[in-house]
Ligand binder design. Structure first.
Ligand SMILES: [Zn+2]
Length: 208
């Protein structure tokens, strides 16, 4: 990204795309990760985007978007499932930090999506009590997809990203109003593990 902090949804999205393109082509800039930058940031953070993505270790936000310390406000959990703490974190990013973009990032071969598909078939292997919460959060999407004859993980993953964004906008008044005011856009995208590129699926607000 440029030295200027992106200040509107389109600039923020362009910066994310440009950073991902550097990652894909192996021409990383590793912007501003030095000691001076760390010290300059200590007084206040001013990230230009929030990222809500899966915890998968291959989805390291700052690396795959080639951004700096202080650029991204990152919220992640397995399968990027909405919860009250997630909504609160994203509201904080929008209301207090003033980010103009929220990216919701899923990926191919997601273990949480796979576990939910397996669970729907009665084959869930994981025993963790709280893993059930994650599966239960994704299950409505899987069941609705199955009812339409959709079973493949890629399509289910895309539908889950759509449902997640709908949930985000319908449940958070702060986020909904920021989108309506043109101050915030939300982009839902899928990350491909092999090529490292992102594929936008859903765009809400003034961004293209
Ligand atoms: Zn995942």
């Amino acid at each position: 990204m440029s030295a200027e902090r992106p200040s509107n949804p389109q600039q923020a999205w362009d910066a994310m795309l440009a950073g991902n393109q550097r990652f894909v082509t192996g021409s990383l800039a590793h912007p501003r990760q030095d000691i001076d930058h760390r010290e300059a940031l200590a007084a206040a953070q001013k990230p230009f985007a929030a990222l809500f993505g899966c915890s998968d270790s291959r989805l390291s936000a700052e690396i795959i978007f080639d951004v700096s310390l202080g650029d991204l406000f990152v919220v992640r959990n397995a399968g990027q499932v909405i919860a009250e703490t997630i909504l609160g974190s994203l509201e904080y990013a929008v209301e207090v930090l003033g980010v103009p973009l929220i990216m919701v990032l899923g990926h191919d071969e997601c273990g949480a999506i796979r576990a939910t598909i397996d669970s729907t078939l009665g084959n869930l292997q994981a025993k963790g009590e709280f893993i059930q919460h994650i599966v239960a959060s994704i299950q409505p999407t899987v069941r609705a997809a199955n009812a339409k004859g959709i079973h493949d993980i890629d399509t289910v993953t895309s539908l889950h990203i759509e449902d997640t964004i709908n949930d985000l906008v319908s449940r958070s008044k702060i986020i909904r109003e920021a989108v309506e005011a043109g101050k915030l856009a939300i982009v839902g995208a899928n990350y491909k593990l092999v090529l490292g590129d992102i594929h936008p699926l859903v765009m809400v607000g003034q961004v293209s």
